[in-house]
Design a protein. Structure first.
Lengths: 554, 241
């Protein structure tokens, strides 16, 4: 136990991105957060208002507990889903594992400590998704001390079950992929398999939820009042109704029993997880960083074939993409997502054949000239959002880490080097959007010109969010890391860029829907405006970058 | 030729890592840069290569100021950093090709250089594999090869012998000698005194950011007027007393 605590402390310290450092940087960081908070304040106020309104409505049929039940089950499924991503990053791909293996730790010590670090990050998720619900419900229902006490405990232990299950799945997959010669490639395949599995489990669970919830029974439950709808949450994530009941009934003995039950289940799952880990974890971890090598002679013929002269910008862009594709953590976080969006869309269609009918309706709409403007506008917003989500440019500087010095001694101007980084992001985002358009073409069969127009009008949006990403990362690079997870996953620049992407996409979407009649013209105008902004922003970033990079001394 | 004139570097405006340093490294010489850990060796090398900027003073490489005309100045030298863990996900051949692109080396020229260097360092069997799979010494060798792709007149090597096996180390020393004898400059840092003693034409000893000595080994012995080994002299000079 002592060893577990010591290791957890070290890992947490190592991963904390503290605010110390020089003063200017600190003020810059704080300023950024203030701006972001101000930008989100209206949304947060709106959110609180919405929750309390929902409470009032549900209170009339005495089903207000549904708020907590849905919140809790949603957090669980969210943590489970992203836990699949996250736990393979932290448990397996993070290369600090190499320095931990020679130390006299039990498998469960390392697993437990790393799991705890992952757990801490889930508290951020909870703070956004669950905290507002807890607070509003507590205030509205005049929550007692016990309510808040149970709430605190639940907040702390809620992610454990979904994260354990996610980690368990990963552990099993990784113990199979860590064999043979081509471990590095197998690992990536294993990662993809795990993600697909997560998507399927998710859909499967929802399907079960749907099939058992026939309207009549739902209505009966609704009418019976007494927070009976809490049970519905079990269909989203099994067991979450126990946690919800503990809170809703916190003032009665029943609440206590439910709390105890939930605690018991959590402890049992931790113990099972660690027991399996003690047997499985090292199987997947030992030798994880081995790379296949052939040590075969490079013949003169091969040499001549593999050597070709490129401009420095092309060479840099290719290098950037090769590193993104070949480093498992970068591949999982920055590249795979670009190809996965279409899969997310396709899976529910294949599993639920009745959706085909809906698609046919959409297909008819897509051919109706009346809606073309709307479709283009929404696609523009979607492209901007998609490009903001891959995190390639928003970690472009951070990914260099301690090797940032290389940028400074090679005889290529910072402008060209940054442009190459930008290009790598723009290329991947464009591929992502082309993939989506291809799926759309196959499913919806729109007129030929439509996807082409969408692609052209989307390009300025892709470029725009890519520059925004690199501008943020230039100003707040996270360079002091010892494993790649910290550069791309535990990097707030990705979140900030994503938020900016969401906000601007929302604004575009709003404008197009609000002024539907002029949506075609608005879409073109927005795209042109973005083009002009791109130009100015690019110039600005390049001028700024010289001083910024000069000042980074690592 | 590398020229450092009144170069000062401080961190946080207080601790002086390098204090008013003057150093001229002429052509045709192997110049060693000696000093204990944390003496300012790597800081000085980082300033010469443009990785960090001095607070004051000027640095020029073959007469070109590293800050005013940085791209041109950077093309003058080949640099081997103290840690060869870079571009690990690239294959050896891809890395060399990349460096050649960066330094504008023509296609036929680069094939010749790659052939020559990989034979000399016995790396021909490793070039198709990712650098990640290399041992420390092999990584050191591939970085050296990358730095020499454009046949620079000035070599700047930070602890180049670390991790090299005796044979590779011998070959590198031999190459350094050949390069200097052709009238070029080799500037390298080390704390292995025997290496410095054997191959340097001249060397400087730096401690706490100050140059304590700059000259040949004979000059150093003369200055001390005693028949001490370089090790003893070094320990005496850099000691606390």
């Amino acid at each position: 136990m002592n060893k577990y605590i010591a290791l957890t402390k070290i890992l947490l310290k190592n991963s904390s991105n503290s605010l110390n450092g020089d003063k200017r940087k600190r003020t810059k960081t704080i300023a950024l957060w203030v701006v972001l908070a101000a930008a989100f304040a209206p949304t947060i106020v709106l959110l609180f208002k919405f929750i309390s309104k929902a409470y009032d409505v549900l209170f009339q049929v005495s089903q207000q507990g549904l708020i907590l039940a849905l919140g809790i089950s949603f957090v669980c499924i969210f943590v489970f889903f992203f836990g699949i991503f996250y736990s393979q990053n932290v448990l397996y791909f993070a290369n600090d594992i190499e320095s931990l293996l020679p130390l006299p730790f039990k498998q469960s010590h390392i697993l437990g400590a790393k799991f705890t670090v992952a757990l801490f990050y889930e508290y951020f998720t909870e703070a956004i998704l669950l905290l507002p619900l807890f607070i509003v419900y507590g205030a509205k229902s005049n929550g007692t001390f016990l309510y808040y006490f149970y709430g605190l405990i639940l907040f702390l232990i809620l992610p454990i079950i979904p994260l354990s299950i996610a980690s368990f799945i990963i552990m099993i997959i990784m113990s199979f992929t860590n064999v043979g010669k081509h471990k590095d490639k197998l690992k990536i395949l294993g990662g993809i398999a795990a993600m697909l599995l997560a998507v399927s489990i998710n859909i499967w669970m929802q399907k079960i939820g749907m099939s058992t919830s026939n309207p009549e029974e739902m209505l009966r439950m609704l009418r019976s009042g007494n927070n009976s709808l809490i049970l519905v949450s079990n269909k989203i994530f099994p067991g979450s109704s126990i946690a919800a009941k503990a809170l809703v009934l916190s003032s009665s003995f029943q609440g206590f029993i439910n709390m105890l039950l939930f605690l018991g289940i959590t402890v049992a799952i931790i113990l099972i997880f660690l027991a399996f880990g003690e047997k499985l974890y090292f199987k997947g971890v030992v030798g994880i960083s081995e790379i296949s090598s052939k040590r075969k002679e490079l013949t003169v013929k091969e040499l001549k074939k593999s050597v070709s002269q490129n401009s420095s910008i092309k060479a840099l862009t290719i290098k950037e993409l090769k590193i993104l594709f070949r480093t498992p953590i970068y591949f999982m976080n920055c590249i795979l997502m670009n190809f996965l969006w279409p899969v997310f869309i396709l899976i529910p269609i294949f599993t639920q054949p009745e959706m085909m009918n809906n698609i046919e309706e959409v297909s008819i709409l897509a051919r109706d000239p009346k809606f073309i403007g709307l479709i283009i506008g929404i696609s523009l917003a979607a492209s901007l959002f998609l490009s903001s989500s891959n995190g390639i440019t928003s970690t472009a500087i951070s990914r260099e880490g301690k090797n940032l010095f290389i940028i400074k001694y090679i005889p290529v101007s910072y402008t060209i080097q940054l442009t190459a980084k930008l290009l790598s992001g723009i290329i991947m985002s464009t591929i992502s959007i082309v993939m989506m358009l291809l799926v759309a073409v196959i499913l919806i069969k729109p007129p030929v010109y439509l996807p082409i127009i969408i692609l052209f009008l989307s390009l300025p949006a892709i470029v725009f969010i890519s520059i925004v990403g690199i501008l943020i990362d230039l100003n707040f690079p996270k360079l002091n890391w010892d494993n790649e997870v910290k550069a791309v996953k535990q990097n707030f620049n990705v979140v900030i860029t994503l938020l900016i992407g969401v906000i601007i996409a929302a604004v575009i979407g709003f404008l197009v829907v609000k002024f539907e009649d002029y949506s075609f013209i608005i879409s073109i105008a927005l795209s042109l405006t973005l083009l002009i902004i791109d130009f100015v922003l690019y110039k600005f970033t390049m001028i700024k970058s010289v001083d910024i990079i000069n000042e980074i001394e690592i | 030729m590398i020229e450092l004139i009144n170069v000062t570097k401080s961190y946080n405006g207080k601790t002086k890592a390098v204090d008013n340093l003057n150093l001229i490294i002429p052509d045709g010489e192997i110049f060693g840069f000696l000093g204990p850990n944390g003496a300012g060796k790597t800081t000085t090398i980082k300033m010469i290569t443009g990785i960090i900027n001095p607070v004051s003073g000027s640095i020029s490489i073959n007469g070109i100021d590293i800050r005013k005309d940085s791209i041109k100045a950077k093309k003058q030298f080949g640099f081997v950093p103290d840690n060869p863990d870079m571009f690990l996900r690239l294959k050896g051949i891809e890395y060399l090709n990349f460096m050649a692109d960066i330094y504008d080396v023509g296609s036929t020229e680069r094939i010749d250089v790659i052939k020559k260097l990989s034979e000399r360092f016995e790396m021909i069997n490793a070039l198709k594999d990712q650098i990640q799979s290399y041992s420390h010494g092999m990584r050191q060798k591939i970085v050296i090869m990358g730095a020499l792709m454009h046949n620079p007149s000035i070599w700047i090597l930070d602890e180049p012998m670390t991790g090299l096996d005796p044979k590779s180390s011998y070959i590198l020393k031999e190459m350094m000698r050949e390069h200097a004898d052709k009238g070029n400059t080799v500037f390298f840092s080390t704390h292995i005194l025997e290496v410095a003693e054997k191959i340097c034409d001249r060397f400087a000893i730096i401690n706490k950011g100050n140059i304590l000595f700059c000259g040949t080994f004979e000059e150093l012995k003369e200055q001390f007027k005693e028949d001490k080994s370089l090790e003893n002299i070094f320990l005496e000079m850099t000691g606390d007393e």
